[in-house]
Ligand binder design. Structure first.
Ligand code: TNX
Length: 520
């Protein structure tokens, strides 16, 4: 080899080394990321952070709870990136290339759930007042990584994140979904899967509709026939099922680890055929009814003037409250068409007393506002604005679940395979384009606890069908509950939503590919 060749090879080598060691980060624009719910503020600095096999997840301090949030993040990122992402407790800001979770009180304005996510070329930092805030920030971090990060299988990178700073907090403190496990029963693993989906969009409450005419789904040790008999079937005559108290506790804990509370609902005095068929004494005529597997509503009622009815309710509320750490107990109260109003009102008054005796706050469907509400009772508006207004007059808070906007069992249009349409067909734009604080004259932001999206399951039998009815509408509701009205706009939202489809696909979600959304 002559000297010229040797010289050229060295130059090429040096150039290559230089290229690989100092290759500058790809410019990326944080403002172009399709984050849902839309954050309060995003500042872009137009460079990128590269997550690599050298990255770790560091959290400040020795708090076990912060360690769990770090673990949750690691569990999300490891399968798709293939990186080991070791978790480490640190006492100061870590070096370059890491993710850093920190409790910081700099910004008191963030409240319980707010967070700041700062991405520089060197470090990703999520700072919040509480581990819960950090957890919400982790959901945003997932969404600024490439969509394949959501896959359970190894994916190719590069795992670049646009640099900048996101400051974020929710408008409403309660952002919920309801699952009807009574009309059709869903296994614990399906409920957990649903919780995971909801957590990704920053929901913090799951309301379980645990009893109805067609089935009783939660073990009550002092009234065992409720599940033994009352849980033995479902709509259409299938085998039904129920959660043991241990399984329910497992759901509660799974939700808790994702900063979601469970709201148990025992619907009464109507929607109680499963109980009435399990215990003869709960009927006014002392005769047990037959099990029911149809879909009619409004034909059943507990006997409101029997003492045993209140002993029964006391036992149920006591046992269920003991295994429910969240502050709420939902007493139903809807569609009690065969309970005369003069019986319904004292019934609801008494039941509120039982619930508060066990230190829970009452939630009930809007009809309960006909009774005298205890302070701290919440009225869930679903059908009758006048009822909700009666609640507001009594200083109750309102949980917004207008059937025409939030009912996830309503069909998208007349061709939708599952669901009902008694309230409306709800296309994706209809699900998005409304504001809780201006829907009903007389119900303003100060009266509203939050929003909740119910999925009734008369026609829904498995997780795939749940997914189809829920996605993408529940994502619209996630943004309504989190993002200020001034920051929401359908034309802009639908583009962000369209960009979520890669994430839905990576998560394996069977979503409805609405023609109103520019899927990308
Ligand atoms: C009305 S919404 C009901 C439910 C049904 C639902 C079907 C409410 C409080 N009651 O019992 O499942 O419609 O969409």
């Amino acid at each position: 080899m002559n000297i010229v060749m040797k010289y050229s090879i060295s130059i090429i080598l040096i150039a290559l080394i230089f290229f690989f060691s100092c290759s500058s980060p790809t410019p990326k624009d944080l403002l172009k990321e399709s984050i849902i719910p839309k954050p309060t503020s995003v500042i872009a600095t137009n460079s990128s952070f590269l997550l690599s096999e050298k990255s770790g997840i560091c959290y400040e301090g020795s708090s076990e709870e912060m360690g769990s949030v770090a673990q949750y993040l690691a569990d999300k990122l490891r399968p798709s990136t293939g990186f080991s992402l070791p978790i480490q407790s640190v006492s100061q800001q870590p070096g370059s290339g890491n993710i850093y979770l920190v409790l910081s009180s700099d910004n008191a304005d963030l409240g319980n759930e707010g967070y700041e996510l700062e991405i520089t070329e060197d470090l990703v930092t999520i700072a919040a007042q509480t581990p819960e805030g950090v957890f919400r920030g982790v959901q945003t971090l997932r969404q600024v990584l490439p969509a394949q990060v959501e896959s359970n299988d190894l994916q190719e990178g590069p795992w670049e994140i646009a640099t900048g700073k996101i400051t974020d907090k929710p408008v409403y403190g309660y952002r919920g979904a309801m699952l009807d496990v009574a009309r059709h029963f869903f296994q614990v693993k399906d409920v957990k899967q649903y919780i995971d989906y909801l957590a990704a969009y920053k929901f913090n409450a799951l309301h379980l509709h645990l009893s109805d005419d067609q089935g009783w789904r939660i073990e009550i040790k002092s009234w065992p026939n409720l599940t033994e008999h009352g849980g033995s079937t479902q709509v259409g005559g299938g085998e039904g099922g129920f959660y043991t108290q241990e399984e329910y506790a497992e759901i509660v804990n799974y939700a808790k680890d994702r900063y979601m509370i469970i709201i148990p609902e025992i619907d009464m005095p109507g929607h109680t055929n499963a109980a009435l068929s399990s215990y003869a004494e709960l009927n006014c005529d002392g005769k047990a009814t037959d099990l029911y597997t149809g879909t009619r509503v409004g034909f059943s009622t507990l006997c409101t003037d029997k003492e045993v009815t209140y002993q029964f309710i006391d036992d149920v509320v006591r046992e269920l409250s003991e295994i429910t750490p969240g502050p709420y107990f939902h007493i139903g109260g809807d569609e009690s068409h065969v309970t005369p109003l003069e019986d319904y009102i004292p019934f609801v008054n008494k039941v509120q007393g039982i619930v508060s005796k066990y230190n829970k706050k009452v939630i009930g469907w809007d009809e309960i506002a006909n009774a005298t509400l205890l302070p701290n009772t919440t009225v869930q508006y679903w059908a009758e604005a006048d009822n909700a207004l009666k609640g507001v007059e009594q200083d109750a808070k309102v949980l917004m679940s207008p059937a025409t906007r939030t009912y996830l069992d309503m069909q998208y249009d007349s061709t939708t395979q599952w669901g009902l349409h008694w309230a409306a067909y709800i296309e994706v734009d209809e699900a998005y384009n409304w504001d809780p604080a201006s829907l009903v004259a007389g119900i303003g932001k100060e009266n509203i606890l939050g929003i909740e999206s119910p999925l009734w399951s008369e026609t829904i039998t498995n997780l795939e069908e749940i997914e189809y009815m829920v996605f993408p509408r529940v994502v619209c509701h996630a943004e309504i509950g989190w993002t200020d009205k001034s920051n929401r706009n359908w034309e802009e939202f639908k583009v962000r939503l369209g960009n979520q489809c890669k994430r839905f696909e990576a998560m394996g979600i069977n979503y409805y590919p609405s023609g109103f959304v520019p899927w990308n």
